[in-house]
Design a protein around this ligand. Structure first.
Ligand SMILES: NC(=O)c1ccc[n+]([C@@H]2O[C@H](COP(=O)([O-])OP(=O)(O)OC[C@H]3O[C@@H](n4cnc5c(N)ncnc54)[C@H](OP(=O)(O)O)[C@@H]3O)[C@@H](O)[C@H]2O)c1
Length: 354
C-alpha cells in the first residue's frame, strides 16, 4: 500500500494481479468475487479469473483504472446490519457477487442507447463490481472524469462525494453564512461535506478524533471538535444545520445543539447492532420531526450523473479535492477494506489497477 505522503508507486496491471493466473482468454478479466457474507475480508473475497461483463443497451463497459472503498463496501461484505439483507441485498449470500461500487476508468464499449459516451472517454461513477479490470455501468451513474484529477483521485469521489453533496445541498439546505456542524468530518463522506459546506459559504465546525483534527482543519473547517475530549452539545454554540455522518449521539443532544428552526440530517453512523445498526435512531428522528420545530431527517443518497457533473465543477475549480489516505493495488483489496472497517481512514481509501 502507499500513502499520499510517500513517493507513490503506482503498480502496473501486471503488478496488481497474480502473475501465475493471467488471462487464458482475451474476454476474461481479473475480478474479486464474494460468495458469502463474513467479517474477515481476506476470507470472504477471492481474486478470480472470470468472464468480462456483457452490457445492455443503456450500459457501457468501463476499463477500470481505479476504484475506492466506502463503508457500504464493508456492509455488503459482512451482510450487517441484517436489515439490509431483508431490504434486498441478499438474505443468505450477497446478490452482487462482485464487490466495489466506485470507479474511474476509460470506456471500452458502449450499448446501443448509450450515446452520451464513446470508447476512450475517461469517466467516473458507480457500478456493481469495480474491484475488477472491467465493469458494466449504467450511463445514468457516470459522468466524464474531472480533467484535473488522476483516475485514483476521481475514483475516490462518487459515493462519498454524492452523499456529501446531497446531504449539504438538498437536506441540510446550507446557505451562505449559516453555521453547520459536521459529525464525522474526517471520514469518506465527511471530508467532502466539510469542503462542500465551505464552498456554499457556511461557517463549518467539524467533529472527529484527536489524530485527525489536522486533516479537518486543512480541509477548511473553521472550528474542530475532538469527540474523544469534548461534547459538541456542551456550551452555548447552536448550529443552523447538523450533518451527523459518523456519530451515534442521542437525538436529545443533537437537538440541543440545533437552533430552534435548525435542520438535523442523519447520514449514517456505525453501531454494533447486528439487526438495525443505527437505523432505530433514524426511525425515531423521522417520527419526532413532525412534532417539533426543528427538522429531523434522514436520507439515502441517490447516485446520478447530474450530481457527478456538479461535483466535477467543484473539483475543477479547486473548491473541493478528494482527501486520499492510502492507495492499494487490486490484489490487496481485502486489506483496503479492513483498513476502512477498522476506522483508520483519513478520508478515502483507493484501489489502483494501473
Ligand atoms: N445516507 C447515505 O446515503 C450514506 C452514504 C454514504 C455513507 N453513509 C453512511 O455514513 C457513515 C459514514 O460513512 P463514511 O464512509 O464517511 O465512513 P468513515 O470513512 O469510516 O468515517 C466515519 C467518520 O465518523 C467519525 N466517528 C466515528 N466515531 C465517532 C463518534 N463516536 N463521534 C463522532 N464521530 C465519530 C470518524 O471520525 P474518526 O475517524 O476521527 O474517529 C469518521 O470521521 C456510514 O455509516 C455509512 O454507512 C450513508
Amino acid at each position: 500500500m502507499t500513502s499520499k505522503n510517500e513517493a507513490t508507486k503506482i503498480p502496473t496491471l501486471d503488478d496488481s494481479v497474480e502473475p501465475t493466473s493471467r488471462p487464458v482468454h482475451a474476454q476474461t478479466m481479473k475480478a474479486f468475487v464474494q460468495d458469502e457474507y463474513g467479517t474477515a475480508p481476506d476470507e470472504v473475497l477471492r481474486l478470480a479469473e472470470i468472464d468480462r461483463p456483457t452490457i445492455g443497451d443503456d450500459e457501457v463497459l468501463v476499463h477500470v483504472r481505479a476504484a475506492s472503498v466506502d463503508r457500504g463496501t464493508c456492509h455488503l461484505m459482512t451482510g450487517l446490519p441484517k436489515l439490509m439483507r431483508i431490504m434486498g441485498f441478499g438474505f443468505r449470500r450477497p446478490k452482487a457477487a462482485n464487490p466495489g461500487r466506485c470507479l474511474a476508468g476509460t470506456i471500452e464499449a458502449v450499448g446501443k442507447n448509450a450515446t452520451e459516451f464513446k470508447p476512450g472517454d475517461e469517466v467516473y461513477g458507480t457500478c456493481d463490481g469495480s474491484f475488477a479490470e472491467y465493469a458494466r455501468a449504467h450511463v445514468g451513474l457516470l459522468a466524464l472524469k474531472p480533467t484535473n484529477l488522476s483516475f485514483e483521485e476521481a475514483a475516490a469521489i462518487p459515493i462519498s462525494g454524492v452523499a456529501a453533496l446531497q446531504g449539504v445541498r438538498d437536506h441540510a439546505q446550507v446557505q451562505p453564512g449559516v453555521r453547520v456542524l459536521i459529525i464525522g468530518a474526517s471520514g469518506g463522506v465527511g471530508t467532502f461535506a466539510v469542503q462542500i459546506a465551505k464552498a456554499f459559504g457556511a461557517e463549518v465546525t467539524g467533529v472527529c478524533s484527536t489524530a485527525k483534527m489536522d486533516l479537518v482543519r486543512d480541509l477548511g473547517a473553521d472550528h474542530v471538535v475532538d469527540y474523544t475530549r469534548d461534547d459538541f452539545a456542551d456550551g452555548e454554540q447552536r448550529y443552523d444545520a447538523i450533518l451527523d455522518i459518523g456519530g451515534n449521539s442521542c437525538l436529545s443532544d443533537l437537538r440541543r445543539a440545533l437552533t430552534p428552526g435548525g435542520r438535523l440530517v442523519i447520514v449514517g453512523g456505525e453501531t454494533d447492532g447486528r439487526w438495525l445498526g443505527g437505523f432505530d435512531r433514524q426511525v425515531r428522528a423521522m417520527m419526532l420531526s413532525p412534532l417539533v420545530s426543528q427538522k429531523l431527517g434522514i436520507f439515502g443518497a441517490k447516485e446520478n450523473s447530474a450530481d457527478l457533473v456538479v461535483l466535477r465543477d467543484l473539483l475543477e475549480t479547486g473548491k473541493v479535492a478528494p482527501a486520499i489516505d492510502v492507495t492499494y493495488p487490486l490484489r490487496e483489496a481485502a486489506a483496503a477494506i479492513r483498513y476502512v472497517q477498522e476506522g483508520n481512514a483519513r478520508g478515502k481509501i483507493v484501489i489502483t489497477l494501473r
